[in-house]
Design a binder for this molecule. Structure first.
Ligand SMILES: Nc1ncnc2c1ncn2[C@@H]1O[C@H](COP(=O)(O)OP(=O)(O)OP(=O)(O)O)[C@@H](O)[C@H]1O
Length: 265
């Protein structure tokens, strides 16, 4: 089990202040969605939680230890990370690519063993890529590649999992598979953090949502507390239809908000 604590976190990228005074404790056993418009700072927050960028103020701890002091391999074993829209440069087979997820567990001279093979096989089965094992990863479709990269993250077998836009490029069936898989990871005690743009999926599967707007955490709570029409209008600039009591819950963006929207014009 792993807990991430973010206290008064501020971050700059280049000359731009990107995160402003973020406070949140992310405890195990929950699927936590990070939502917000393009450029709001979602990926930056995830990267800051993993110690992958320098922060200007505040601190991040993993199980009470400052992230900046954790050796990279230890951090990688604690929280597996699927970055947004990775490009592949090397023509590796799918199986070898997924096997890279085991690197944080291997010493410089050690070889992959039975436990590693089990983790690789299980990760490929869970992301429905076992049938692609022998294919060259650079020759896959966008959605197939996305699932292979997710398999690599799962193969780590870490108690924490941070995935940045895991649904991008996936067909509806595989989107549901991935969200169900993330929810199951959380149910068995994992800390699962997912950057999402699909608000219906976020409402349906996440236990908690963090809503970012221009680098500020403007809402943090259960989906029904966070996803309101007023908030979506203020943050995304849209009108929406929201029915969180439906099965499954629905959040449908309708239109760009304008002053006329409030008068039904
Ligand atoms: N290397 C960089 N130098 C300067 N600014 C950057 C850099 N990388 C990102 N930014 C800016 O930081 C802000 C936050 O970016 P971030 O990628 O965290 O947003 P996001 O919420 O994940 O967006 P998206 O939904 O588009 O993926 C944006 O305004 C972006 O333009």
């Amino acid at each position: 089990m792993v807990t991430i604590r973010v206290e008064g976190l501020c971050a700059r990228l280049g000359r731009r202040a990107v995160l402003h005074d973020i406070d949140a404790t992310l405890a195990p056993g929950a699927l936590i969605g990070i939502i917000g418009p393009n450029g709001a700072g979602k990926s930056t927050l995830v990267r800051a939680m993993l110690g992958l960028i320098n922060t200007t103020r505040g601190r991040v701890t993993i199980d009470g230890r400052a992230i900046a002091t954790l050796p990279p391999r230890e951090r990688a074993r604690a929280i597996a990370y699927l970055p947004q829209g990775q490009t592949l440069h090397w023509p590796l087979s799918v199986e070898r690519l997924v096997a890279l997820g085991r690197l944080p567990h291997l010493g410089p001279m050690s070889r992959i063993g039975a436990a590693d093979h089990d983790a690789i096989g299980a990760a490929m089965a869970r992301t429905d890529v076992a049938h692609l094992a022998g294919r060259i990863a650079t020759e896959l479709s966008g959605g197939e590649r996305a699932r292979v990269m997710l398999a690599r993250a799962l193969a780590v077998g870490a108690p924490g999992l941070a995935v940045d836009e895991p649904l991008a490029a996936l067909d509806p069936g595989h989107q549901i598979d991935v969200m169900q898989m993330l929810a199951r990871e959380a149910q068995v005690g994992g800390l699962v953090i997912a950057v999402l743009h699909d608000l219906s999926m976020a409402a349906r599967y996440c236990d908690r949502l963090l809503l970012l707007d221009r680098g500020t955490l403007v809402a943090d709570g259960a989906p029904d507390a966070v996803l309101t029409q007023d908030r979506l209008r203020a943050v995304y600039g849209i009108t929406s239809r929201i029915d969180l009591t439906a099965t499954p819950p629905l959040v449908a963006p309708l239109d760009r908000w304008t002053a006329a929207s409030d008068h039904g014009e």
